[in-house]
Design a protein around this ligand. Sequence first.
Ligand code: CA
Ligand code: CA
Ligand code: CA
Ligand code: CA
Length: 321
Amino acid sequence: MFRPFIRLCLLLTGVIFSCFAQAQAVPNPGENIAFLVTFGNKAEKSWGDDDFAQTFFFLVPKANRQPVYIRVFDPDCGGQHDERKYGWNTTTRFSLYGGTGAHSGVDARKPEPSGNFREGTLLKQQSFGAEPRYDNAWYTFGPLNPLEGEFVPEFDGYVFKLVAQGLGGDDGNLYRYFLSTSPSQNVPVEGGNAFTYEYSFRLSQGKTRTHLYPFVNDRVVSIKQSNFDLDKDATIKIFSVAKNGHAATVSGDNEWTSSTHPISEKEHGLSLDMQINSLSRASNDLVFYVTDQYDTALPFFAIPLGGPPKYRYDVDVKIRR
Ligand SMILES: [Ca+2]
Ligand SMILES: [Ca+2]
Ligand SMILES: [Ca+2]
Ligand SMILES: [Ca+2]
């Protein structure tokens, strides 16, 4: 009589493993995001980037002592993948940090690049313009000793911070990341992950469904989702163990909007699934962040902590019986 239960456990275990096996592509295939995007700081904000900078954190599990590499796909701004306005004239600087403050610094976890957001030890910095060598190709940071990152007890691992900032020009740099054990290939770091407190990206082409996975810690009683320049060209619905598609507000052109949503105890320690359904086939660049009732930003994880959340209507009904 326990067999169905065991089968369910095996099934769930399989789901979790397959989810982790996709590993450290950033964005992750499960999010269905085409590219990260950072514009040059002379660009119009109406193109979809409010502050011309984006910070990502890479998490290496505590037990891992092997060197890791952070790889950047198409770091240049020119040729394929990127968004041109007149001629290519944009420079993007990628700066890698570790050490004390890289993540624990208060400004490092804010959804905008202000104050001492670069806190930590600068490990390596590289700027790119329009460079055929890095067009549709990878640039690799590393080898990195995981101990050079900052230990983050909450996530039980060492964290590196990578800041992409548009230094000049008015074009959009589209790029992706991969946390790898290899300098020349994309080989996932077992149990690795990546997260950000402000997500600037391009929606996948077509009428697509995108998933963002903000992680809700035990202190959260409500969240505020904020989004910029969605051009009213999508719907947003929030799913979780307790939410079955709560509608969230959608911004227009070149504007921020936000909506607040209560969080219940059974959502603690899990991820939300914010689903963005685009309405047209136009390409769309935009920005997201989520804060709690203290205005503290919550991290979006590439691989959702606790697995992709599912509304548990059926489970609830069965338990009540
Ligand atoms: Ca230009
Ligand atoms: Ca390119
Ligand atoms: Ca690029
Ligand atoms: Ca837009």
